[in-house]
Write a protein that binds this ligand. Structure first.
Ligand SMILES: Nc1ncnc2c1ncn2[C@@H]1O[C@H](COP(=O)(O)OP(=O)(O)O)[C@@H](O)[C@H]1O
Ligand SMILES: N[C@@H](CC(=O)OP(=O)(O)O)C(=O)O
Length: 243
């Protein structure tokens, strides 16, 4: 089993999502079972992007619980869209969201942590289908409320699920071909790295827009989970990051 994570850019439109579906089919062929984690579609200005949802009303500053519930809907919509498009392409799949995913959270709204994952519902569903979609960035707290996991939190969802489900690794699909020696938006012609130790990856995440959430990388160190970061639009070899 592997985990595949598709972020907001990889989910941006149907054309790019068809490339995601190609990677999912490849994952199913090679590894038999794929658990997919999706982020909200697009970036600010796109109708269901996280930053768009967070600005529906300035009253969200008065209720972080309400703000989290609204923000979580972006990933729910993304899961529904990808599920329908996979079905259209002949790939049977199921969505598990909210309490069904077994992801329990603690901490503050807007910046929750995963306290525990009960994998039983996912494992039960995997007896019926080998392709499951989990909306990233969210879990359910001890009071049964939806809580989000901090910006970039779908990465943490993916890595934490890998640990709980004993997946062999997590594949991240990006608008860059892999991890570069520097952010290509900031530095011209950075080198693509083929291999990194998880510890050596951490300093590359100390920037304004890291390639994955730092908390997700720290979780991968804790659970010794290998990560593979690759371009969504190509079959070019990406970057392996291993314990
Ligand atoms: N060292 C790096 N190598 C490659 N990309 C990097 C690096 N550091 C930061 N980035 C940025 O990460 C972006 C991809 O991450 P992001 O857009 O957050 O993906 P996602 O939507 O999948 O979470 C790239 O467009 C790039 O600007
Ligand atoms: N959609 C959330 C969670 C996330 O991880 O998104 P992305 O994978 O697009 O960075 C955010 O914008 O913070």
């Amino acid at each position: 089993m592997i985990i595949q994570k598709f972020g907001g850019i990889a989910m941006q439109d149907k054309e790019i999502r068809s490339k995601c579906i190609h990677h999912i089919k490849d994952g199913l062929d090679e590894f038999g079972t794929v658990v997919i984690v999706v982020s909200a579609i697009g970036r600010f200005g796109d109708p269901y992007a996280t930053d768009t949802l967070l600005q529906i009303t300035d009253a969200f500053s008065s209720s972080t619980a309400a703000s989290d519930l609204a923000a979580s809907c972006g990933e729910l919509i993304a899961a529904a869209v990808l599920s329908a498009e996979l079905t259209e392409e002949g790939v049977p799949n199921a969505i598990l969201h909210g309490v069904q995913s077994g992801i329990k959270t603690a901490g503050e709204f807007g910046d929750g942590t995963i306290s525990h994952i009960d994998p039983s519902s996912i494992l039960k569903k995997l007896e019926q289908t080998n392709c499951i979609i989990i909306p990233g960035f969210q879990g359910i707290n001890a009071d049964g409320q939806v809580m989000t996991l901090g910006r970039g939190g779908s990465d943490l969802t993916a890595v934490a699920l890998a640990g709980a489900l004993k997946a062999s690794h997590v594949e991240f699909f990006k608008d860059v071909p892999g991890v570069m020696s520097d952010d290509p938006r900031k530095v011209a012609n950075p080198l693509k790295l083929d291999f990194l130790q998880l510890e050596d990856f951490l300093p590359l995440l100390d920037c304004e827009r890291p390639i994955i959430q730092k908390r997700a990388a720290l979780h991968a160190i804790k659970t010794a989970t290998p990560l593979y970061i690759r371009g969504v639009a190509s079959t070019e070899t990406g970057t392996w990051i291993k314990p």
